[in-house]
Design a protein around this ligand. Sequence first.
Ligand code: CTP
Ligand code: MG
Length: 228
Amino acid sequence: MRVVALVPAAGSGRRLGAGVPKALVPVLGESLLVRAVRGLLNSGMIHHVVVAAPPEAPEEVRAELNPLGPVARVVPGGSDRTESVRLALAEAERVVPDAGAVLVHDAARAFTPVPVIQDVIRAVEGGARAVVPVLPVADTVKQVDSSQRVTATVDRSHLRTVQTPQGFAVDTLRAAYDNAGDAATDDAGLVEQAGETVTTVPGHAHALKITTAFDLAIAETVLAAEPV
Ligand code: CTP
Ligand code: MG
């Protein structure tokens, strides 16, 4: 089965506040984007990567990815993540029309271990229509009302936090984007809205999303030094 990966990397990184788009922020000399794309390619299971670049910086992103070879293509991204994925999906369908599986992987999750990527792909190859890497919730979770008063302690044994890459049969993701109604915060959410089953594989702490300066500090001190 041919596998393509879409990498939404068009965000500005407002919460990180680095002064450049987040995907281009270097960690020990290498940008989050290069690290994320290299991780995907190191799985040895992906034929093409399509990156949605900040609309103002597609050339900069192309130059950044050049050393990784011709398998990474760049399209200008959209005004929100959903639009960026939609644009990258259209390009992937042009470049690899016979792809059977598609991964969507945030550039901001640059330190995702390769085995997580491989597990997601294997699950789609094994017949799953939609797969997400998940982690159990470590903290106790409370529900509050509009006055911030606690109304319940939620049973966390059935709760999971969700990471990327998320993997899909191509026609499943295409149908979800064609029928996208309410905004979802992840791609699997759109698939759920379409009534499809989403399955899970174990995620990894190192697949954290770099959102704030705190996350970047963790990456600089812990993650970048470890092979992925
Ligand atoms: N993303 C994208 N296109 C957008 C917005 C976000 O491709 N218009 C991508 C980001 O580049 C990132 C991923 O979606 O890889 C997750 O988004 P997030 O972590 O929120 O990144 P930013 O939107 O850049 O950060 P912020 O919300 O702090 O501005
Ligand atoms: Mg954002």
